[in-house]
Write a protein that binds this ligand. Structure first.
Ligand code: ZN
Length: 162
């Protein structure tokens, strides 16, 4: 299952990548390019644009029109439609910036790359092999968990609705 997201879904793209999904995103692609790539690469089109959604479905493309206002609502819609698990597993998690699967990196290698407090408090780190971004489950991780928990609650509430 691979996705392509329209220019309005940058934030959702980052969430999906963290959840381990392959998502192509650029805010420079127009509607016909999005449809062309979706078709060529077998990607499911995610969009906030009803017209684009209708265009895609007339062309028999797999697409989802996202109605949710918040990221939590949108994630719940994805969970409902595609059975996406709302949990992050670092072994399959992708770099939110560039869609590459992140790899664990030994702490020792990061001594001069991190702030001292980060280096002191955390032991597990991941690096994106493509863009070099370093990740760790720091203070922001609580917020990430909270968002996913809220999404899960919305999903459970709505999963039996049509
Ligand atoms: Zn990256």
């Amino acid at each position: 299952m691979k996705f392509i997201a329209d220019g309005m879904l940058g934030k959702l793209t980052r969430w999906l990548r963290m959840l381990g999904h392959n998502v192509k995103y650029s805010d420079k692609l127009d509607d016909s390019q999005l449809i062309m790539i979706a078709k060529k690469e077998g990607r499911i089109l995610l969009t906030k644009d009803l017209k684009l959604y209708q265009q895609a479905t007339t062309k028999r493309l797999d697409a989802l029109y996202l109605e949710g206002k918040t990221e939590e609502e949108k994630l719940a819609e994805l969970a409902k439609r595609f059975k996406i698990k709302l949990e992050i597993h670092m072994a399959t998690s992708r770099c939110p910036k560039c869609n590459t699967i992140v790899k664990p990196i030994p702490k020792e290698k990061l001594a001069d790359k991190l702030e001292k407090s980060t280096f002191t408090y955390y032991d597990k780190f991941w690096e994106c092999p493509k863009c070099g971004q370093i990740y760790w489950q720091g203070a922001h991780w609580k917020r990430i968990r909270k968002t996913l928990e809220t999404s899960e609650k919305i999903f459970k509430k709505t999963r039996n609705e049509k």
